[in-house]
Design a protein around this ligand. Structure first.
Ligand code: MG
Length: 369
């Protein structure tokens, strides 16, 4: 069933702490289940994707976004003959390192860290979560995930240089990740591009005429839908057209990747790893649509006036709390006070804050600031 360039679970480079095999779940299926049972995974439910819960209960949060990425990635992996279990585990874990309040939160946390000569990176943070912070097993700290999952956490979205990150040397930074990991980044993008159009439309921040005028791919499908369902309510026509856009991106990613694999005569995971470029990608025509979508959302949604007050508040909450605990580390819970004996205080604060949900950090802000 698997393509010759798919990762095979039997050839996994294994776990840090060897474990006896399970009678009927393979190692990647077990990793997938471990991610779903992790506390950091459950907390995604109360973390902002784009719209905070105060905006509406109907919009995506980081958990429902993660589920959408997972089903998109699974579909694409199945068509390409890739290892679906590995893809599923990677998709489910891909956002666990995100702090509260979406990108505004990430920016504020990174800014606070840089004032003390450190930085915040959500992929590196996700690795710390699965390696160290999750406490579920008596025999070891963390989730003891297989090498391929940990490698995918680090390498799915960009390449880290060995000079800047010598601590990541075991993850073969001079090589591309397997196709299963490469796929996650673009499945993520398909998921949020289409979902953010949907939520943005529902929130009345972007309108049908704006989308139709700016996104030719949407406009073409919308015209088809109008011919087919001339009397349907606008919202349902919008849904039908958006569904076709999503399908086009998914089909495009399957076709583009298949083409790249043929062009480069890739035969094995090793070939994928040693190939100088990533092989998962869209055909040129669809890439134009993808970029148009991204740009449209940047201008009209992510950086819209309407979302500004929330983003500013998010940044202020994180800045205030960080500064407060820097001044008064005695106000931290005892576990974090203890940790600050072994690690720099800014790093301990960053780990604490990054793990928080939107609700919890707002409570903390009320209490201390
Ligand atoms: Mg994501």
């Amino acid at each position: 069933m698997l393509a010759p360039y798919a990762v095979r679970v039997e050839t996994s480079q294994g776990r840090r702490h060897p474990e006896a095999p399970h009678p009927y779940r393979n190692d990647y299926q077990r990793d997938r289940d471990r991610v779903v049972h992790a506390r950091a995974f459950r907390r995604l439910e109360a973390k902002t994707q784009v719209f905070s819960r105060r905006y509406s209960d109907h919009f995506r949060n980081r958990l429902t976004h993660t589920i959408e990425v997972t089903q998109i990635a699974r579909t694409i992996a199945g068509q390409l003959g890739l290892n679906v279990d590995l893809v599923e585990a990677l998709a489910l874990v891909h956002d666990v390192g995100h702090p509260p309040f979406g990108h505004a939160g990430e920016r504020a946390l990174d800014g606070a860290m840089r004032e003390h000569g450190h930085f915040f990176d959500h992929n590196l943070h996700a690795l710390r979560i699965v390696e160290d912070f999750e406490m579920r097993y008596a025999a070891f700290r963390g989730l003891n995930l297989t090498f391929e999952i940990r490698e995918g956490i680090i390498k799915h979205s960009h390449d880290y240089s060995i000079n800047e990150h010598p601590e990541l040397a075991e993850y073969l930074l001079d090589q591309r990740p397997p196709l299963e990991a490469q796929l996650i980044d673009l499945a993520d993008e398909i998921a949020y591009n289409t979902a953010d159009l949907d939520d943005g439309f529902e929130a009345h921040l972007i309108t049908l005429p704006m989308i139709r005028a700016s996104l030719p791919v949407f406009e073409a499908f919308f015209r088809e839908v109008q011919l087919k369902y001339p009397d349907a309510p606008e919202k349902l026509k919008f849904n039908e057209a958006l569904k076709l856009v999503l399908n086009r991106f998914v089909t495009g990613l399957i076709e583009g990747t298949t083409f790249n694999i043929k062009q480069t005569s890739i035969q094995s995971v090793d070939d994928v790893r040693r190939h100088p470029e990533r092989l998962v990608g869209f055909p040129k025509g669809i890439d134009v649509d993808r970029l148009a979508c991204k740009e449209f959302l940047h201008t009209n949604l992510y950086f819209s006036k309407a979302l500004e007050p929330e983003k500013e508040e998010a940044e202020r909450v994180i800045r205030d709390l960080f500064a407060h605990w820097m001044r008064r580390p005695g106000d931290l819970p005892s576990a974090y006070r203890e940790k600050s004996q072994q690690e720099p205080l800014p790093r301990v604060l960053c780990d604490y804050i990054a793990g928080m949900t939107d609700n919890f950090i707002l409570e903390q802000h009320k209490r201390f600031c």
